[in-house]
Ligand binder design. Structure first.
Ligand SMILES: [Zn+2]
Length: 90
């Protein structure tokens, strides 16, 4: 009998971005993974472009890691950082 995927485990890693090692944090970026807590099967995030972006969610090539920009709620300023998109070719 196959797993019904009724319970989940999510991991969120929040990255603090600096221009230099130990330097001032100018942006935050979170990586999110979800898997079934019962069978361990990884879940994927369909519908997002591949890559990394400072202003939109992007997904890893295997679609198992959703990367999203984030900032403290009290912070009005939002600094963009260089990202990239991965285009698939036929
Ligand atoms: Zn499962």
């Amino acid at each position: 009998m196959s797993c019904q995927h009724e319970d989940f485990e999510a991991r969120v890693y929040v990255n603090r971005l600096t221009r230099d090692e130990g330097g001032e944090v100018y942006a935050y970026h979170a990586d999110i993974r979800v898997k079934c807590a019962q069978c361990g099967e990884a879940f994927t995030f369909p519908g997002f472009a591949n890559g990394i972006s400072s202003h939109e969610a992007r997904v890893s090539i295997d679609r198992q890691v959703l990367g999203v920009p984030l900032k403290p709620a009290s912070q009005d300023h939002f600094e963009f950082f260089p990202g990239f998109d991965v285009k698939q070719t036929a």
